[in-house]
Design a protein around this ligand. Sequence first.
Ligand code: GAR
Length: 192
Amino acid sequence: MNTTYKIAILASGSGTNAEAIMNRFSNHEYIAVSKVYSNNADAFVLERAKKFDIPTAVFNKQELHSEEFLNSLIEEGFDLIILAGFMWLVPAQIVSAFENRILNIHPALLPSYGGKGMYGHFVHEAVLGNKEKESGISIHYVNEKYDDGDIIFQAKCAVMESDTPDSLANRIHKLEHQHYPEVIEKICLQNN
Ligand code: GAR
């Protein structure tokens, strides 16, 4: 078994999922969140990481696509890269270097309501607009396309007639916080 299974988190915004994951693995026997990356210097996820004393880094699009960035991910020795509300496509060279080692969470039941432009509240607005009776979360491996890799886990929740995008987002967030850390832990266990 590895002494420590090293996780990197990539997030663009508030980072409630990132926090649930950092919480789960702070003081974990053999899994640690080693670094939190963001494409947004103002993202609140960076504040959340500080609370856990986890190093952070910010990159722009050009840096994300550079060979230096890929090499730094490899040199850091990450075992798993977790996208937690990360809104940019992951470059193909990172996907291929970390094949089956990059996970994303999506706030709907893929393959429905996925793809470019389908993120955050846009997803919930579309689900409500179509008067769906249920929605949920999907955790999947990341490939070169948006929301397209093999699905690892899904959980469903009801959509109420009275729901607003915010109330549905809250219900979905609860599911995400409950299941994402759990699924990550299972994958680390399998790979150890
Ligand atoms: C989460 O609901 C996540 O599923 C979604 O962004 C939110 C981030 O919230 N991701 C996508 O829409 C990706 N297509 P958080 O910053 O509070 O974790």
